[in-house]
Design a protein around this ligand. Structure first.
Ligand SMILES: Nc1nc2c(c(=O)[nH]1)N[C@H]1C(S)=C(S)[C@@H](COP(=O)(O)OP(=O)(O)OC[C@H]3O[C@@H](n4cnc5c(=O)[nH]c(N)nc54)[C@H](O)[C@@H]3O)O[C@H]1N2
Ligand SMILES: Nc1nc2c(c(=O)[nH]1)N[C@H]1C(S)=C(S)[C@@H](COP(=O)(O)OP(=O)(O)OC[C@H]3O[C@@H](n4cnc5c(=O)[nH]c(N)nc54)[C@H](O)[C@@H]3O)O[C@H]1N2
Ligand code: SF4
Ligand SMILES: [Mo]
Length: 692
């Protein structure tokens, strides 16, 4: 009997959210309904602990506002008025519009916009890709999350994977750099706490005294976008005090002599004026790093959402090479361990189906510009597993684009999100507990299988089913659109060039639920230095060719200030605005779940007492935050948690009753230095008290 048919019981599941932990879950079913979600104690890494968000997952799955059937717009765009239609009508209308647009303008007039609202590989890198490849749509560069940092890591190391959690457990020093792991990677915390019991230290380097910093042995606040300077300052001290591992440098790196010369100018005194970190603290940090082994660096996502994000991560990634920490179990650095579990994307996405391999591609970070300025224009947008009206930079421009009368927009989601309000057609999506899918983690080393535990709610359909149906309506007859989920999983796991996937099979997943990657020491990152030189590239000729500094370098932000309040060339407002995730939402997911909204108490702006005083702002005042891109209305929290000149608003809220609750109204759509990354945090604003 399938799990769906069992009315009562406890069934295994996988957390589908875009979170490194990829927890094993247990779904408790009574009378055919999930009544409770708990952690699966058998999961080797997450061990039965889950976050409060997902403990409340039933509030999302059975939310009264879930979209239950296809909807067609009857009001004005953005007004949110829809009427029920059937799937047949929806599919017929979408196919007719697409065929007409393709005949008139060619397939590149259609743009898919997706991200990882569900991390299921079949859902977001599977049948959907086949559909848009076969059609020949414009391609989407998905740089919104970690693109700059991952590119930076790879310039240094070649391969993207870093230190795995089991190894990190052995560290004596944990540096959490630009990440808020208490909220965003909670299973790393018990690993650190266990190590602290035997004397290990936790250092947090951040622009904000976040929840993780509150726990640290040492919190080092600094100015946004200046981390690269801090890292080269540390290198200066490491070379200067003879704390580098010469044998490692000679054997595994290129460019150490150039680097030694290059960092001479970055004295602690100079670096202090850039970062705002006292010179003696820079020396202390470098000495601590140089003398403690194993020393682990957790590179967060926050520090790379900047103009210089790629270079910052590339630079930090060089630190373990200076001290030889890449050779020490528990040492090294982590940015994303996703690459270890890289599946067969060609088999899944079928780029061979594409009639136009050279089709243009556009950045998801510039959706506003793409919709308003691209020539030839986009006439149809298909959004799934993403909520760009809230999460994309410059949402004012995104909104303007979505308002275009000649744009045909389809949104596949569980809810009428702020984006879906602008849709011509909304298609209802299943929750992942209603689907079959494959999950890898970008932190730990276990692969997991989800099988449906409850039937699809209402008329909702999974991404796989939806794109199969649309393929049929379009008349795509390729066998790729007939494949079942198990067949797709088998194809995904058959990879010639990824030794880590050896032994990970569909059968093993069915049998054991959690199947570990084949990570043994021989296959660790130092044997996979896939840089052009086959070594760790402290000097990168590839970067030089790309017109970027070949050596680790501090590059000031276009929009921001350094420790001396020297402005970037686009800094026209006085305060730097940082808008990282909050504890109770997952990007904009859960921002419509009342219980979790209440816990977060509404959007807020943390402002330093000095900055508040100049502006006559008191704790609890309603304020407007603004710049040339737009404005954002929030409650002020006057707190001493950042250096003066920095304001912080956590969480991505939906538009709210005043229509102005979106932090991304203020953020820029400029691209970062590498990987087409987003620059959310390289933003300047001003703040005033409302009601005057
Ligand atoms: N609860 C919760 N968990 C999540 C998410 C969520 O929304 N909520 N989102 C998920 C996703 S998609 C991701 S990518 C990860 C992200 O999780 P993390 O890797 O933790 O990254 P962020 O939370 O984006 O940012 C972390 C920190 O970066 C800091 N920061 C900003 N600019 C700078 C800077 O220039 N230098 C330094 N040193 N620090 C800076 C911010 O103050 C913030 O404290 O979390 C995932 N997990
Ligand atoms: N200011 C600021 N902006 C940011 C960030 C920040 O720190 N600050 N973080 C950025 C980062 S790191 C990221 S990753 C992005 C995230 O941006 P998004 O990936 O767009 O994340 P969500 O807002 O969670 O939207 C996901 C949507 O997918 C839907 N969904 C879930 N499962 C399914 C499914 O199976 N099928 C379909 N069709 N839909 C589904 C959900 O209901 C939800 O509406 O946001 C970025 N934006
Ligand atoms: S959001 Fe993260 S911590 Fe919470 S259950 Fe999912 S994977 Fe685990
Ligand atoms: Mo992300």
């Amino acid at each position: 009997m399938s799990l769906i048919d069992q009315e009562n019981g406890i069934f295994p599941a996988v957390c589908p959210l875009d979170c490194p932990d990829t927890c094993g879950l247990l779904l408790h079913k009574e009378h055919g309904r999930i009544v409770k979600v708990t952690g699966n104690p058998e999961h080797p890494v997450t061990r039965g602990a889950i976050c409060n968000k997902v403990r409340n997952m039933t509030e999302r799955v059975y939310h009264p506002e879930r979209v239950l059937y296809p909807l067609k717009r009857i009001g004005a765009k953005g007004e949110g008025k829809f009427e029920r239609i059937s799937w047949d009508e929806a599919a017929a209308e979408i196919a007719a519009r697409y065929k007409q647009l393709i005949a008139e303008h060619g397939p590149e007039t259609i743009l898919p916009y997706s991200f990882y609202g569900n991390m299921g590989i079949l859902s977001v890198d599977g049948m959907d890709r086949r559909f848009f490849n076969r059609m020949g749509s414009t391609k989407l560069q998905q740089g919104i999350c970690n693109a700059a940092g991952n590119a930076g890591f790879k310039y240094t190391m070649g391969f993207g994977g870093g230190t795995i959690p089991e190894d990190a457990a052995e560290a004596e020093l944990f540096i959490v750099w630009g990440g808020n792991i208490v909220s965003t990677n909670m299973h790393m915390i018990p690993i650190i706490e266990q190590a602290r019991k035997r004397g290990a230290k936790l250092v947090v380097i951040d622009v904000h005294r976040n929840r993780t910093a509150e726990r640290a042995d040492w919190f080092i606040p600094l100015y946004p976008g200046t981390d690269g300077a801090l890292a080269v300052g540390m290198m200066h001290v490491l070379f200067d005090r003879g704390l580098v591992n010469e044998a490692f440098l000679a054997r595994y790196t290129v460019g150490h002599e150039e680097l030694r010369e290059h960092v001479r100018e970055y004295t602690p005194e100079l670096v202090s004026t850039i970062t705002g970190v006292p010179a003696e603290d820079i020396v202390k940090l470098a000495m601590m790093y140089g003398k403690t082994s194993p020393a682990y660096i957790h590179i967060g996502n926050g520090l790379q959402h900047h103009d210089n994000g790629g270079m910052t991560v590339r630079t930090i990634t060089c630190l373990p090479a200076l001290t030889g920490q890449w050779l020490v179990k528990g040492g090294g650095a982590f940015k994303s361990n996703g690459p270890y579990a890289k599946v067969n994307s060609e088999a899944l996405e079928r780029p061979d189906l594409r009639p136009n391999p050279e089709a243009r591609s556009v950045s998801m970070n510039q959706l506003g510009d793409v919709l308003l300025q691209l020539d030839p224009p986009i006439h149809a947008l298909f959004v799934y597993c993403a909520n760009p009206a809230v999460v994309a930079p410059e949402t004012g421009r995104v909104e303007q684009g979505l308002l275009r009368e000649d744009l045909f927009t389809v949104v596949h989601d569980l809810f009428i999100t702020d984006t879906a309000k602008y849709a011509d057609i909304i298609l209802p999506a299943t929750s992942t507990f209603e689907n079959t899918d494959l999950y890898t983690s970008y932190w730990h080393t276990y692969v997991q299988l989800q099988e449906p535990v409850i039937p699809a709610i209402g008329e909702s359909k999974s991404n796989v089913e939806t794109f199969k149906l649309l393929a049929k309506a379009m008349g795509f007859e390729d066998e790729a659109f007939q494949e079942t989920e198990p067949e797709m999983i088998q194809a995904a796991l058959q990879v010639e060039n990824n030794p880590y996937l050896t032994g990970v099979t569909y059968e093993a997943l069915k049998d054991r639920r959690f199947v570990q990657l084949n990570i043994d020491e021989r296959l660790h990152y130092l044997d996979r230095l896939t840089t052009p030189s086959g070594r760790i590239e402290l000097y990168s000729a590839t970067l030089a060719e790309a017109g970027l500094p070949p050596l680790p370098t501090y590059v000031p932000l276009h929009e921001g200030y350094d420790g001396q309040r020297r402005p970037g060339k686009e800094s026209t407002y006085p305060l730097m605005f940082i808008s990282p995730p909050n504890h109770s939402f997952l990007n904009s997911t859960f921002a419509n779940v009342p219980k979790l909204m209440r816990l977060e108490k509404g959007p807020a702006l943390q402002i330093h007492p000095e900055d508040a005083r100049h502006r006559g702002i008191n704790d609890g005042d309603e304020v407007t935050v603004w710049n040339d891109r737009g404005s954002f209305i929030v409650k002020a929290l006057v707190v001493d948690k950042m250096l003066p000149g920095i304001v912080v608003s956590q969480g991505l809220w939906w538009e709210g009753d005043n229509g102005r609750q979106r932090a991304n109204a203020l953020t820029p759509s400029r691209l970062a230095d590498m990987g087409g990354g987003a620059t959310f945090f390289s933003t300047v604003v001003d703040v005033k008290r409302n009601g005057r």
